[in-house]
Design a protein. Structure first.
Length: 67
């Protein structure tokens, strides 16, 4: 994910997992929950049927691995 990129709002029908390899990721939800900031080395499970998106607030590339 390039510097400043913002992902599209989306949902998952089953749990999705993402691991930040490098950079920093902010995960937003439309449900009103606070945004989550994930530095390199951290992971997140994206919940089922929650509308969310990832964004890269930094000046460096964000590299995620997801399953």
């Amino acid at each position: 994910m390039a510097p400043g990129d913002v992902g599209v709002w989306h949902t998952h029908g089953s749990p999705a997992f993402a691991y930040v390899i490098s950079g920093e990721c902010i995960v937003d939800t439309r449900s009103g929950e606070p945004s989550i900031t994930l530095p390199a080395g951290k992971a997140i499970m994206e919940p089922i049927n929650v509308v969310g998106r990832a964004r890269n607030p930094s000046l460096t590339e964000l590299v995620l691995r997801s399953q």
